[in-house]
Design a protein around this ligand. Structure first.
Ligand code: PLP
Length: 482
């Protein structure tokens, strides 16, 4: 593509994105397509000869756009946010233009040094101790896998890296501990690290769905007595289901006493710690070996951008460093080469979008938006508590509310069976999501089916949360009971 054609379509694309973000509410938040509809419109083979940008962009509008679920719609309340922002999108464009591979310092000094700088800004914003150093990973799943691999190598004194798991198996299985509410990425990481899903020990939770430290201590002791090798504990700050908070202080003490690597998964909730009044969610973090949180979830930075902090980066480099001749540079002793801090060699220049976002909003601007989300969550929770037939099913420390419709709430009539409640709430979920005006998802807490509403999109304001509440109350299933 010649520069003038690029310029022309570049302007058109930027205009399109600006209009899209301005008018995103026009779209149905959840894509209405059925499975196979998009695939059916895409030819089975790559075109033999090139096509015009006009044709490609037309197909983007006609084929792709209807198959998009609009994560940045202000009435997207499903899963967790993946919020973006103008400065982040512009930085992504520039980064794509530069086409940098930030694998070594030398392959773009600015990419490495900016990453070091912005990760230190984030460290300070979260109140992490000075010794923590940060690296940007693609996702929290990757960061957690890196932590598990470091834990494995620390315990085996790098024997597993050297001789493989088979050289280690006679000494006993390595065990990993995480609450029953931990994210599935912990189990996936345990499997990929070759530790075996059976060696992930589920720790029970308290009434607020936070990890019970007494159960952790007991399980670690029992494992030692049975010849297992306790290796790592993963605490979650903000579980995926209900944003429950594991108590870091006692977990850290147990980890220290038993020589466990202590990893903290704060994928969603970490962003809230930039608020001084919320910093308590990371109380005890100084004992952690590593922490991950995702600016690509709740800090207005386009997917993907996951901030991984480690108290001893030499554990990362000792685990991941590989130095073939063709990657050596004369400056290797003086500089950071982030290829040694994780799994990939090639790395995107993600620090640029983080830098743009942090500078454009400033700490005050970011805090203001997060405070608004937290306060809207409390407001929504209040409406449910006041209602005659909806009930809250878990504490709401952050931006996510787990709740259900229960027409016999507090009534003198016999309570509905769990199966009936589940059927009713599934029907509500289907109905409101089919309306395409809001998108919410579900989870299960202590066996009970819950509706789940998570507030965190860039453009979400009170009117959108009100619309969600109205959609729930106005749906046929609910009206049928009133
Ligand atoms: N950990 C927690 C607590 C999460 O909520 C999520 C999000 O789904 C993840 C990890 C996985 O995040 P990622 O998609 O960045 O791997």
């Amino acid at each position: 593509m010649d520069p003038e054609t690029f310029r022309r379509f570049g302007h058109e694309a930027v205009d399109w994105v600006a209009d899209y973000l301005q008018g995103v509410e026009r779209y149905p938040v959840l894509s209405p397509l059925s499975p196979g509809e998009v695939r059916g419109k895409i030819p089975a083979n790559c075109p033999q000869t090139g096509e015009s940008m006009e044709t490609i962009l037309k197909d983007f509008q006609e084929i792709i756009l209807p198959g998009i679920t609009h994560w940045n719609h202000p009435r997207f309340f499903a899963y967790f946010p993946a919020n973006n922002s103008g400065p982040s999108i512009l930085a992504e464009l520039l980064s794509a233009g530069l086409g940098v591979n930030a694998m070594l310092w030398q392959t773009s000094p600015a990419a490495t040094e900016l990453e070091e700088a912005v990760m230190d800004w984030l460290r300070q914003m979260l109140g992490l101790p000075e010794g923590f150093r940060g690296v940007i990973q693609d996702t929290a799943s990757t960061a957690t896998l890196c932590a598990l691999l470091c834990a494995r190598e620390q315990l085996s004194q790098f024997q597993i890296n050297a001789g493989g798991l088979s050289s280690w198996c006679e000494r006993g299985a390595l065990r990993v501990y995480a609450s029953q509410e931990a994210h599935s990425s912990v189990e996936k990481g345990v499997k990929i690290a070759g530790l075996g899903a059976r060696n992930l020990v589920p720790i029970s939770v308290d009434d607020a769905y936070g990890l019970d430290p007494e159960d952790l201590e007991r399980r670690v002791r029992e494992d030692r007595e049975r010849g297992f090798l306790p290796c790592c504990v993963v605490a979650t700050v903000g579980t995926t289901s209900s944003t429950a908070l594991d108590p870091l202080q006692p977990i850290g003490e147990i980890a220290r006493r038993h020589g466990l690597w202590f990893h903290v998964d704060a994928a969603l909730a970490g962003s809230a710690a930039i608020l001084p009044e919320m910093r308590w969610i990371l109380e005890g973090i100084e004992q952690a070996d590593s922490l991950v949180f995702n600016p690509h979830k709740w800090l207005f930075t386009n997917f993907d951008c996951s901030a991984f902090f480690c108290r001893h980066p030499q554990a990362l480099t000792a685990t991941f460093s590989i130095l073939p001749e063709y990657l050596k540079t004369d400056l290797d002793r003086q500089v950071t080469n982030f290829r040694d801090w994780g799994i990939q060699l090639g790395r995107r220049f993600r620090a640029l979008k983080l830098w743009f976002v942090l500078r454009y909003y400033g700490l005050d601007g970011l805090q203001e938006r997060l405070r608004e989300h937290l306060s809207l969550a409390q407001e929504f929770k209040g409406w449910i508590e006041e209602s005659a037939d909806f009930e809250v099913l878990a504490p709401v420390p952050l931006n996510t509310i787990c709740f259900r419709f229960n027409p016999r709430k507090g009534a003198s009539q016999a309570a509905l069976s769990p199966e009936d409640l589940e059927g009713l709430n599934k029907a509500i979920l289907d109905e409101v999501n089919h309306s395409r005006t809001i998108f919410i998802t579900h989870t299960r807490l202590a066996g009970a089916f819950c509706l789940r509403l998570c507030i965190g999109q860039t453009q979400t304001r009170q009117e959108h949360v009100v619309a969600a509440w109205e959609a729930l109350q106005g749906c046929g299933v609910v009206r049928g009971y009133r």
